[in-house]
Write a protein that binds this ligand. Structure first.
Ligand code: NDP
Length: 247
């Protein structure tokens, strides 16, 4: 499972699920670029954790929803490091609300960050992968993209859209030895879900056959498989990491 000599970019790698993915890929030997948009301290903390464990990582700030900013940052990364071999589109936000009251800006922000951001970063990263005839792209979607959820039309649409993106890119890039897959987490304990009221958390647990929320490391394990040699013959697929809440 060695990723020695590979460069990996994890968008939104500074906290939560992204942090766990960064730590895991670095432990497998990759040089990891930890992307963030607003919180440099969290990104540096992730970098420190990796360095302390003997891994190597850089911090890279850019907004995935800003095409020019993201493309320029990825171009520079490829110029400086020689290649970008692994991309994990993990950056994501929620702006929940019932549809009748949802503002257009909340729709746009969620689609732009989760879905358009994944397209922008993958497009920029693919240039390097095509040249090298090797690449791994993993899109972090969500169980909500499959099941839908009241109060999350923007998020569910963005995450469902990521399935179409994953499958279409998988078909386009397969001949270049680039695999494109998804990981769809269920409820995972991070800043995104930590503030859910206790009664809601208890209700969620009742819907999960394994009866607990997941950890970021559970998602990182699925990503590790998909980018490793063991996952080389898997493309266009999404692994569900959700304790059985959606089958
Ligand atoms: P967190 O809210 O804990 O972390 C979000 C990360 O994304 C941060 O690193 C944040 O950076 C970064 N980010 C947000 N917006 C942008 C942007 N425009 N450009 C670059 N980076 C950005 O999220 P989670 O770890 O919980 O979620 C990670 C992914 O997993 C998301 O795509 C989410 O939708 C998905 N997911 C999460 C689930 C869960 O239960 N937690 C369930 C299913 C899917 P900064 O701190 O600098 O703002």
């Amino acid at each position: 499972m060695s990723l020695k000599g590979k460069n990996a970019l994890v968008t939104g790698g500074s906290r939560g699920i992204g942090r766990a993915i960064c730590i895991r890929l670095a432990a497998m030997g990759a040089h990891v670029y930890i992307n963030y948009v607003s919180n440099p301290d969290a990104a540096r903390e992730t970098q420190e954790i990796i360095n302390d464990a003997g891994g190597s990582a850089d911090v890279l700030a850019f907004n995935v929803a800003d095409a020019t900013e993201a493309q320029d940052a990825i171009k520079q990364l490829i110029k400086d490091s020689g290649s970008l071999d692994i991309l994990v589109n993990n950056a994501g936000i929620t702006r929940d609300g019932l549809m009748a009251r949802m503002k257009e800006e909340d729709w746009d922000a969620v689609i732009d960050t989760n879905l358009k951001g994944s397209f922008i970063c993958a497009k920029a990263a693919a240039r390097s992968m095509i040249k090298k005839r090797w690449g791994r792209i993993v899109n972090i979607s969500s169980v909500i993209g499959f099941s839908g959820n009241a109060g999350q039309v923007n998020y569910a649409s963005a995450k469902a859209g990521m399935q179409g993106l994953t499958k279409s890119m998988a078909r386009e890039f397969a001949t270049r030895n680039i695999t494109v897959n998804g990981v769809a987490p269920g409820y995972i304990v991070t800043d995104m879900t930590r503030d859910l009221p206790d009664d809601i958390q208890e209700k969620i647990k009742l819907e999960i056959p394994l009866a607990s929320l997941g950890n970021p490391e559970d998602v990182a394990g699925a990503v590790a498989y998909l980018v490793s040699d063991d996952g080389a013959y898997v493309t266009g697929h999404t692994i569900h990491v959700n304790g059985g809440m959606y089958m």
